[in-house]
Design a protein around this ligand. Structure first.
Ligand code: GLN
Length: 317
């Protein structure tokens, strides 16, 4: 008689609280690894011995461990939300202004922009995110409030907001982003005022959310584009598939290959130390620990996601 192979998608087979507790203990043993980002003052001063992780399933279960309810600067994780809004509202025309290939370069690199005529490789490097922001600003009179409304509806949390000092600090400490934005403008790939685009970019990098809300905020990507929290369609099923594909190939910058190798999930990281990940049709996750590896991804957040997919078999491969 044939034995039925273990089906990782049957969540009753996993003791998720025990798995998260094991990961939490393993990560805490490794506190001290990685470095805090040097260019964003508010992130330099933060305590590094922190770890939180949250799993939110499509069935509505929430499992959280450690510092999962501590608000953090979501930084580039916000690029998933802005991409989702822009793709839904502008449609495929968006891909004329930004590509969907991994860059193989750091997130704030300028080099490819010159020889690729101002078309950023993908929406998750800073250049691509600035183009996405420009699209949203052309479509919304108040893009900041539109994004806040999006995040509050995704999470059911009306208190989500930004840290104004961090927004101002980001704005002052981002000479490379200023250069990238002006470069895009010189190639006619930025229609709005350069300063206004940089203000909006700094605003969404300075948004504060915790791991549970961050996991919830991308649950629509596990649910064919429909938000289980509000019941709204956030993007088409095809849009969700495509965003997941871009996350898998580009969401962790020039470490995306390694991330696919070790974790095997669509994911998006930010220099605040958070990484969100999606198990299509099953769940969304967020792991957070502030210290980063050399590519700007959370060192222990990446390790936690690696352990999760190894212990559960829930990678996309
Ligand atoms: N605010 C940061 C920057 O522009 C965000 C980068 C990140 O999270 N990778 O450069």
């Amino acid at each position: 008689m044939r034995t039925i192979p273990h089906n990782p998608y049957d969540l009753r087979r996993h003791d998720l609280p025990a798995i998260l507790a094991t990961i939490d203990a393993e990560v805490r043993e490794r506190f001290g690894e990685g470095t805090l980002p040097e260019d964003i003052p508010s992130l330099v001063g933060q305590p590094r011995e922190r770890f939180g992780m949250a799993v939110v399933t499509l069935d509505g279960d929430v499992h959280a461990v450690g510092d999962a309810r501590v608000p953090l600067a979501i930084q580039s994780v916000s690029k998933v939300h802005t991409l989702t809004m822009a793709l839904h509202e502008a449609g495929d025309a968006l891909w004329r202004r930004v590509g969907r290939e991994p860059s193989g370069d750091p997130f704030n690199s300028l080099v490819q922009l010159e020889y690729e005529h101002g078309i950023p490789r993908n929406p998750f490097i800073n250049a691509g995110a600035l183009v996405v922001d420009d699209v949203l600003m052309s479509l919304h009179a108040d893009p900041e409030n539109a994004l806040l409304a999006f995040l509050r509806a995704r999470t059911g949390n009306p208190r989500i907001g930004v840290d104004p000092p961090v927004t101002a600090e980001e704005r002052r400490s981002g000479p490379r982003n200023i250069a990238v934005a002006n470069f895009l403008r010189s190639f006619d790939n930025l229609a709005c005022d350069v300063d206004a685009v940089l203000d909006f970019y700094s605003f969404h990098c300075a948004l504060r959310m915790d791991c549970v809300d961050l996991a919830r905020s991308v649950l629509y990507l596990a649910n064919a584009g429909e938000c289980p929290v509000s019941g709204e369609r956030v993007t088409s099923a095809e849009g969700a598939t495509r965003i997941n594909a871009v996350m898998l190939t580009c969401g962790t910058y020039d470490a995306a290959g390694d991330f696919a190798f070790h974790v095997g999930l669509p994911a998006k990281s930010g220099v605040g130390g958070a990484i969100v990940a999606v198990v299509p049709k099953v769940m969304a996750l967020c792991a957070w620990s502030p210290a980063l590896d050399a590519k700007g991804n959370s060192m222990l957040g990446g390790y936690a996601l690696h352990r999760f997919t190894r212990m559960t078999g829930l990678s996309v491969f």
